[in-house]
Design a protein around this ligand. Structure first.
Ligand code: PRT
Ligand code: ZN
Length: 218
């Protein structure tokens, strides 16, 4: 089992929220590949592609650097990474949004009311850009996990965090007051790979298969 230079390389999340839907998509479009949890990559038996399993946080970087040609990852991480990659195709799963939320009892209803306050997030680049574009001066505090408990701890007045059902916000007595971005799982591509006729042809064959099942599911 080894990486083949004639193959395109696709990075997907190794073990997380997007992993099962991503594997299902690849199998639904007819790709045959082994996947063992402990393995770093697998070859497709019936398509010139190798699949790498990585942390989702590393996917945009690997695509930008050309370690892989394609990646499947949440758009939220692509935007946050600020890496030069091509956003090729939304896949219609992994829907969530990055929202500004505050304690329900704070009475805060507009982001302007957070002026001068601390805002905790795992998305510092996106959050900083969002408030700067709206001329609201906040102090962005970067937290790697459990951002939703920071207001109760007195660490921040508000948060910017991913929301899907909203139950995590409700559980922590937080309410959303604005949306920073809408996200879903997307295909991203390396710009040099897309400009390479050999690779671009294989990539187009894969995207054509994706298009078939994605339109069908809408
Ligand atoms: O290990 P690795 O680094 O690869 O994974 P990870 O733990 O960093 O990410 P993971 O697997 O949790 O999420 C992968 C991607 O799924 C995210 O980058 C998003 O694109 C997408 N996604 C979709 C979500 C959610 N929905 C979501 N609800 N990611 C996180 N959440 C969190 C949310 O922030 C909240 O804390 O899940 C919790 C429950 O959300 P509610 O609103 O349903 O209560
Ligand atoms: Zn991650």
């Amino acid at each position: 089992l080894r990486l083949n230079d004639d193959h395109i390389k696709l990075a997907i999340q190794k073990d997380g929220r997007l992993t099962e839907d991503t594997r299902n998509l690849l199998r639904t479009v007819g790709l045959h590949f082994e996947s063992y949890k402990q393995r770093l990559f697998s070859n497709c038996r019936n398509f010139p592609m190798d699949i790498l399993y990585v942390r989702d946080d590393d996917i945009a970087e690997y695509v930008a650097e050309g370690v892989v040609d394609l990646g499947i990852v949440g758009r939220n991480l692509v935007v946050e990474s600020e890496k030069p990659v091509e956003e090729i195709m939304p896949l219609n799963y992994g829907h969530c949004s990055l929202k500004v939320a505050v304690p329900a009892e704070s009475g805060i209803e507009r982001i302007e009311q957070l002026s001068g306050c601390k805002v905790a997030t795992s998305y510092p680049a996106t959050t900083t850009r969002f408030f700067a574009e709206r001329n609201v001066d906040v102090n962005v505090i970067t937290i790697s996990g459990s951002v939703e408990i920071t207001p109760a701890l007195g660490v921040a007045s508000g948060i910017v965090d991913l929301v899907s059902t909203g139950s995590s916000l409700r559980l922590n007595d937080l309410v959303a007051i604005d949306t920073v971005l809408a996200s879903q799982s997307i295909v991203i591509g390396n710009r040099d790979a897309l400009a390479n006729s050999h690779k671009a042809a294989i990539i187009e064959r894969l995207l054509t298969r994706f298009r078939g099942v994605i339109t069908a599911s809408e």
